[in-house]
Unconditional design. Structure first.
Length: 302
């Protein structure tokens, strides 16, 4: 890591890719972006994709620049993807990523392992929220249009939004997936499987391996909104009111569950904001929201 590149006004060390977890059947990678700052706080970034597609490399240059310019190192992670891997194992990957950066990170990078926040978007926001229930928790959580409820009708019933799209047949959907363990996948290869699952109300069954009808209680353990304790980290939620994928109310309800335990939780509402509202990175309302994210992280990782 002797060479450097410029992003914005801050000199960052070039991306370094590490394998943070592996066994004989898979290896899981993460990309680290660090500043020259000693004992830098670390953001573990979790990509979205319905838990079915996505990659650590989806993080945008604007996002990298935003955090690096404000003094944070970034650890953008992959994780095993559904449906070949079910949610308990996916959650174990996220917990192992936190443990890796705590235990191994200081051996490789100029970071403070005691100053870790988790940031995620959509399904990554859900995974970020679940870290508040882990034994090894981050200091703070930021969820962009995430969700805390896997048993509500929004997730378990056919989606009105997706049912308005061309119907994806079960035959086509299952041609798009494999039993092989996958740790990264492009949206164009797997999105139609997600559409099929949302059109038929089987998404939660596909990612958990549990049916709501037969084993609702088993799914409860994976719902962050049902498992908040007084030890939950301070949490910032961001959500647009016109989100057609994950309802805005998901962040409203999650905030309510957290503050019920007397834990700090704030919701930034993006009026008329759609899913992935932050793709309009330079929009004033987005810039204002992102500034609040930085302020929140600086307070809790100081």
């Amino acid at each position: 890591m002797k060479y450097h590149s410029k992003i914005g006004r801050v000199k960052i060390k070039v991306k370094k890719t590490v394998i943070y977890k592996k066994d004989e059947n898979f290896s899981i990678k993460a990309d680290f972006y660090g500043t020259n700052q000693e004992n830098a706080p670390v953001i573990i970034y979790i990509h979205g994709g319905g838990l079915i597609w996505g990659t650590r490399e989806e993080i945008s240059e604007d996002t990298i620049k935003h955090y690096i310019n404000n003094g944070f190192s970034l650890f953008s992670i992959d994780y095993r993807l559904a449906p070949s891997t079910k949610l308990p194992e996916i959650l174990k990957d996220i917990e192992d990523a936190i443990l890796w950066i705590q235990l191994e990170g200081p051996k490789h990078f100029l970071i403070d392992p005691n100053k870790i926040a988790v940031v995620g978007s959509s399904a990554g926001g859900f995974l970020a929220l679940t870290t508040g229930t882990f034994t090894h928790k981050p200091r703070a959580i930021v969820s962009f249009y995430g969700y805390g409820d896997l048993v509500g009708s929004w997730a378990t019933s056919p989606s009105k939004y997706y049912c308005q799209k061309d119907i994806v047949s079960k035959e086509l959907a299952y041609k798009l997936i494999t039993n092989r363990i996958i740790t990264e996948a492009p949206v164009e290869e797997r999105f139609l499987f997600y559409v099929y699952a949302r059109q038929n109300g089987v998404w939660i069954e596909e990612i958990t391996g549990e049916t709501l009808l037969n084993n609702k209680e088993a799914i409860y353990q994976f719902c962050p909104n049902l498992n908040v304790t007084k030890e939950f980290p301070p949490t910032l939620l961001l959500h647009g009111t016109k989100d057609t994928d994950v309802p805005y109310e998901q962040s409203v309800f999650m905030r309510a569950a957290i503050i019920k335990q007397s834990v700090e939780a704030k919701l930034i509402t993006i009026p008329n904001g759609e899913h992935v509202f932050d793709k309009n990175f330079q929009a004033p309302i987005v810039q204002n929201a992102l500034k609040q994210v930085i302020d929140f992280l600086k307070i809790h990782l100081s």
